[in-house]
Ligand binder design. Structure first.
Ligand code: TMP
Length: 227
C-alpha cells in the first residue's frame, strides 16, 4: 500500500501596510525549501482566478468605494475561492502553503479598522472557511508612520495603484495595528508577533527562528534526519 502523503502546513503572514510581508514570505519560502519542504506562496485577496478578480475591485479606487460589510463579504468570497482552488488542494498534496494575509486581515481591517461587529466576522469565517485555521500566523508589527512611509515608496500613486487602504487615515491604521496585536495575544498557540522594524535580514532571522522552533519535528522529518 502506498503511504499517504503527510498533509502540508499552512502559515500566514499578517500586518499593516509596509510591514515587509512579501519580502519576508519569499525569504521564508527559500529557507523552508532548503530544509526539504515543498512550498507554495500565495496572497490575499487573490490566489485563485475569481479571487484575483475580486482583489482588483478591493485594492484600487476611492477609499469609500465599498461599504465595510460589503468589503468583508468580498474578502470572504475571495478567501473561499482561494481555499477551494489553491490552498486545500496544495495542503492535501503535502505542500506547505505560505499566504501573504488571510482572515486576520478581515478582522483587523474591516473589524477593528472599520468597526464591523467582530462576532459577525467570526460567523462569516465559520460559513466560508469552517473549522480550518492556519497552523501558524506571523504578525509583522511596525509603527504605523514607518509602515505607511515604506508602502508609499513601494506602491507609487495614480490610476491603477494598489493604494486604496494606504490612503485611509492614520487613526484607521492605528486601530488595525492594535487589532492585530489583540488577535495575537488572544491566540498565542497560533500567532507570533515579529518586530518588523530594522533591516530585512534581521526580520527574516526573527521569523526563521520562530518557524524552526514551531515546526522542529516536521523539519527534521523533511530533511531526513528525523525518524
Ligand atoms: P496587500 O497590500 O497586503 O497586498 O493587501 C491588500 C489590501 O487589502 C491591504 O491594504 C489590506 C486589505 N485587506 C483587507 O482590508 N481585508 C482583508 O481581508 C484582506 C485579505 C486584505
Amino acid at each position: 500500500m502506498m503511504a499517504k502523503t503527510q498533509p502540508g502546513r499552512f502559515i500566514t503572514l499578517e500586518g499593516g501596510e509596509g510591514a515587509g510581508k512579501s519580502t519576508q514570505i519569499a525569504g521564508l519560502a527559500k529557507h523552508l525549501e532548503a530544509a526539504g519542504v515543498g512550498v507554495i506562496t500565495t496572497r490575499e485577496p487573490g490566489g485563485a482566478p475569481g479571487a484575483d478578480t475580486i482583489r482588483s475591485l478591493l485594492v484600487s479606487g476611492d477609499t469609500d468605494r465599498w461599504d465595510p460589510m460589503s468589503e468583508a463579504l468580498l474578502n470572504f468570497a475571495a478567501r473561499r475561492e482561494h481555499l477551494i482552488r489553491t490552498i486545500w488542494p496544495a495542503l492535501e498534496q503535502g505542500h506547505w502553503v505560505l499566504s501573504d494575509r488571510f482572515a486576520d486581515s478581515t478582522m483587523a481591517y474591516q473589524g477593528y479598522g472599520h468597526g464591523i461587529d467582530r462576532d459577525l466576522i467570526d460567523a462569516l469565517y465559520r460559513a466560508a472557511v469552517g473549522d480550518f485555521h492556519p497552523d501558524m500566523t506571523l504578525v509583522l508589527d511596525l509603527p504605523v508612520t514607518e509602515g505607511l512611509r515604506r508602502a508609499s515608496e513601494r506602491n507609487g500613486t495614480g490610476a491603477g495603484a494598489e493604494d486604496r487602504y494606504e490612503r485611509m487615515d492614520v487613526a484607521f491604521h492605528e486601530r488595525l495595528r492594535a487589532g492585530f496585536l489583540e488577535i495575537a495575544a488572544a491566540e498565542p498557540e497560533r500567532c507570533v508577533v515579529i518586530d518588523a522594524s530594522g533591516a530585512a535580514d534581521d526580520v527574516a532571522a526573527r521569523i526563521w527562528s520562530s518557524v524552526e522552533v514551531k515546526f522542529a519535528d516536521d523539519l527534521s522529518m523533511a530533511d531526513g534526519t528525523g525518524s
